[in-house]
Design a protein around this ligand. Structure first.
Ligand SMILES: *Cc1c(COP(=O)(O)O)cnc(C)c1O
Length: 374
């Protein structure tokens, strides 16, 4: 095949090839160990990822959705409770709240970062005293840290637990600390396209509270402390040894990979400055890890079509805010910033295997499109 390659939004295959020797050795080590569930690899990965984050404990589970659900359950959220979150997020955030038996309450996002607006959170808590509200789930969407200092201050005042959704923000820093270490607990996903991706499904909960970690260890395997004796009603949500061994290899590259993403984001910000597009904030009180690079324009569909014609793949995360989806529709709720973002945002390719030259090509195409509409 000849011609320029299609510029993809993510490339998990390239991430594998980058570490193929080490990943194959890790897989072989697990296969030959004869131990495939909850063994030495999971324990080692939990220790290593906790050390990386600066969290007391990490507990591996089967997915990011499960990590959110079990974090909520371990924090005491139960049927009838309400959890405040955002509607500009993956469906998984809200699915997890419902899996824990609770109901979501949506607040709007900040117009610059597109993460939870602390002022909207404070207003919702002050306008309507609602004793069923027990927790707040900010999402560090696109690798952008939410405004944790403000959110922690508000939730402390109202006595609410914070569970962070870190599925798109492995390694992001907020005021000198990694996200995932602020709330009572935090959930990570290792879906293959995430900044730290497995070769299949996987997830983890991070927490500084050893009792909460112990509770999640029970919940992830039928409520067992002792085998075959269920202390609490649990489920099956285990990270397997193969994925843990692969994640240990990937974790050693996470900072370098996030550094690549940061360099590419810097290229985009510099080259696209003259375009009539809304660009993401470079760093609002922290270091984003650029899971996505998101631009906004009312002419989103035209830009998307132009880029597709030039072999440049784009995506829209997310086109339909959760409160407008059939399963979760709340007709009376109006979230103007979230709704406008859903109409205008476009995710450009960004991943560690993309080159600065390729970002240059993408930017040229965007600038050409932009000058054509003057
Ligand atoms: C990917 C993702 C999840 C869910 O993770 P899974 O591992 O796919 O279950 C949750 N929240 C956000 C913001 C995500 O991007």
């Amino acid at each position: 095949m000849t011609g320029p390659r299609l510029l993809q939004t993510a490339d998990p295959g390239a991430a594998y090839r980058e570490s193929a020797g080490e990943i194959l050795a890790a897989i072989r080590r697990v296969l030959e160990s004869g131990h495939y569930i909850l063994g030495a690899e999971v324990e080692a990965f939990e220790r290593e990822f906790a050390a990386y984050l600066g969290a007391a404990e990490v507990v591996g589970v089967a997915s990011g959705t499960d990590a959110l659900e079990l974090a909520l359950r371990a924090a005491g959220i139960k049927a009838g409770d309400r959890v405040i979150t955002v509607a500009n997020t993956a469906t998984a955030t809200v699915a997890a709240i419902e899996l824990a038996g609770a109901r979501p309450v949506f607040v709007d996002v900040d117009a610059r970062t597109l993460t939870m607006d602390p002022a909207a959170l404070a207003r919702r808590l002050e306008d309507r005293r609602d004793p069923a509200v027990k927790a707040v789930m900010p999402v560090h969407l696109y690798g952008q840290p939410a405004d944790l200092p403000a959110i922690m201050e508000i939730t402390r005042r109202h006595g609410l637990a914070v569970i962070e959704d870190c599925a798109q923000a492995h390694g992001a820093i907020c005021h000198g600390r990694r996200v995932g270490t602020f709330g009572a607990a935090a959930a990570f996903s290792f879906y293959p396209t995430k900044n730290l991706g497995a070769i299949g499904d996987g997830g983890a909960v991070a927490t500084n509270d050893p009792r909460l970690a112990a509770q999640i260890r029970l919940l992830r395997q039928y409520g067992w402390r002792q085998r075959y004796v269920s202390e609490v009603p649990g489920k099956n949500s285990r990270l397997d040894e193969l994925q843990a061994a692969i994640l240990r290899v990937k974790l050693t590259r996470l900072d370098a990979d996030n550094g690549r993403r940061r360099t590419l984001a810097g290229e985009y910000l510099r080259r696209l400055a003259p375009a009539r597009l809304e660009l993401p904030p470079p760093a609002a009180g922290g270091e984003p890890v650029w899971h996505q690079f998101v631009v906004r324009t009312p002419a989103r569909e035209a830009l998307r079509t132009h880029l597709a014609g030039a072999g440049i793949q784009t995506s829209v995360l997310y086109p339909v805010p959760i409160h407008r989806q059939p399963a979760y529709r709340d007709g009376s709720l109006h979230l103007p910033v979230t709704e406008r973002a859903g109409r205008e945002l476009l995710c450009l390719p960004i991943h560690p295997a993309l080159t600065a030259d390729e970002v240059g090509t993408i930017c040229q195409q965007i600038l050409r499109w932009d000058s054509g509409r003057r």
